[in-house]
Ligand binder design. Structure first.
Ligand code: SF4
Length: 107
């Protein structure tokens, strides 16, 4: 679903059907301090576009910006297969890539 800032995000949900007015971020959850402006600079849509690894899970929290102004999303990624934190979620931990290279013949 598209966020209020026009980016496609798996975690964004809205429902305005028949007078409903629901907007939420399902990554931050109902108590995560989400408001629509948080989506503006959120890194999650770019991460999801760059890396579709099914083993990687994301966890997000809304943190205050510099001098307490504004809020932004801080993301941590975790690989369920390797059981470790992923340092760059745009790339992933790269262990799946190594496994595929061992199975597939070189081009
Ligand atoms: S805050 Fe980020 S993860 Fe949450 S709905 Fe907006 S773009 Fe998606």
């Amino acid at each position: 679903m598209r966020t209020p800032y026009g980016k496609e995000c798996f975690y964004y949900y809205q429902d305005f059907y028949r007078g409903r007015s629901v907007m939420e971020c399902r990554l931050l959850g109902p108590h995560g301090g989400w408001t629509p402006p948080v989506c503006k600079d959120c890194p999650v849509p770019a991460i999801l576009a760059d890396n579709a690894c099914p083993n990687m899970t994301l966890r997000g929290e809304a943190v205050s910006g510099l001098f307490g102004l504004g809020r932004r999303v801080k993301v941590t990624a975790y690989c369920r297969q390797m059981d470790r934190v992923v340092s760059d979620p745009h790339i992933g931990c790269s262990e799946c890539h190594r496994s595929l290279q061992a199975i597939l013949p070189p081009l």
